[in-house]
Design a binder for this molecule. Sequence first.
Ligand SMILES: *[C@@H]1O[C@H](CO)[C@@H](O)[C@H](O)[C@H]1NC(C)=O
Ligand SMILES: *[C@@H]1O[C@H](CO)[C@@H](O)[C@H](O)[C@H]1NC(C)=O
Length: 238
Amino acid sequence: MSKYLALLLITIGAVTAQQKVSVKIYYESLCEDSMAFFTKSFVPAWRDEDVQRYINLSLIPYGKSIPKSSDPNNRWDCHHGREECVGNKFQSCIIDKSSGLTVKNQVDFIDCLMNKADKSSAYMPTADTCASIVHTSITTLNNLKECAEGRQGNSIYEMNQNKTNALQNPLQSVPTIVFNDRYNKADSDTAQKSFLTVLCKYIMDSPKPKACDSVSGAPSTTAGLMSLVTAGLIYRML
Ligand SMILES: *[C@@H]1O[C@H](CO)[C@@H](O)[C@H](O)[C@H]1NC(C)=O
Ligand SMILES: *[C@@H]1O[C@H](CO)[C@@H](O)[C@H](O)[C@H]1NC(C)=O
């Protein structure tokens, strides 16, 4: 009797345990490769809710910025110029808890910015346009701007600087995508083109989300078999 109960518990455990994959994205708001990564690789995968629930997301806009002075209005040189600093800080404020936005809303907002921003024009008008497209309230938008232009923005940006330096100083390639806190250049390069391919590799549940069928050959069957064998072994040991 207790054996059956154990088997039942193992099965339930295997079905419900949902290990999220840690995904850290180091990027820049006006970097063409970062923009393409968001709009063509990451967000299309993210929009699938079956996939999204496996992602523990950290966005770190900073990239190849360089600290240059203690002047609070001019503390960093950004890779693609002054407007990129505006964009990076604005996005840092979207991502910060203080924005009150859900992760889903944060990604929608940033996806719009990454679609519409343009190196040759001012960033804030794009922020206004996107706020209206994704239905961010005027109050939230004003708070985000105040954050981005003030001390709070600098402090969050310094945190992004520290997180980026902890990975690589300077960052070798933008964007860099890190899965489960272990940098792997091949993963990062593949994810730039097909985020889903790499994410699915790290999802250990079986079956994997349906979307993974399109990017991985047989691994979901293999994983299913493995967990069955493991359950069988544990069962025999009891
Ligand atoms: C998500 O990642 C953060 C660190 O980036 C960690 O503190 C948190 O526990 C993780 N959450 C889940 C559900 O894995
Ligand atoms: C960043 O790192 C520096 C040096 O270790 C530290 O003094 C500073 O407080 C850190 N800043 C933030 C915002 O965590």
